[in-house]
Design a protein around this ligand. Structure first.
Ligand SMILES: [Zn+2]
Length: 113
């Protein structure tokens, strides 16, 4: 069967529903982090960030950045992280796993734990 992508909204909805069900049946709390990927374009990354707003009130709470940092600098993702920062969403990013890139001030703002 050939690979077919489906809308991100459907993917998030499906996982959010599964998380809700798992929380209800296990009593274990969980939250979801939406992950944008290094090889995504600026617009794809922003689209991922904007899902935070669309899923406001759900288990979705934060934006993450992952994938091949060696081949893809953060520049395309700065607007998405700024968007999330300005709206008070939690942010996280994989960094320093393959390069010595410094992300803190460019993407995530000051640390919040
Ligand atoms: Zn991650």
């Amino acid at each position: 069967m050939p690979f077919r992508s489906f809308p991100k909204v459907d993917a998030v909805e499906t996982v959010d529903r599964a998380a809700e069900e798992a929380i209800r049946t296990t009593g274990i709390e969980a939250r979801l982090i939406l992950c944008t990927l290094r090889h995504f374009s600026r617009d794809q990354s922003l689209e991922t960030a904007r899902l935070l707003e669309r899923f406001s009130g759900s288990r979705v709470v934060a934006l993450d950045l992952a994938a091949d940092e060696a081949g893809h600098p953060i520049d395309a993702h700065v607007p998405a992280f700024r968007w999330a920062l300005e709206r008070g969403y939690a942010r996280t990013a994989h960094a320093g796993e393959a390069t010595r890139e410094r992300l803190r001030t460019r993407l995530t703002g000051p640390p919040r734990r």
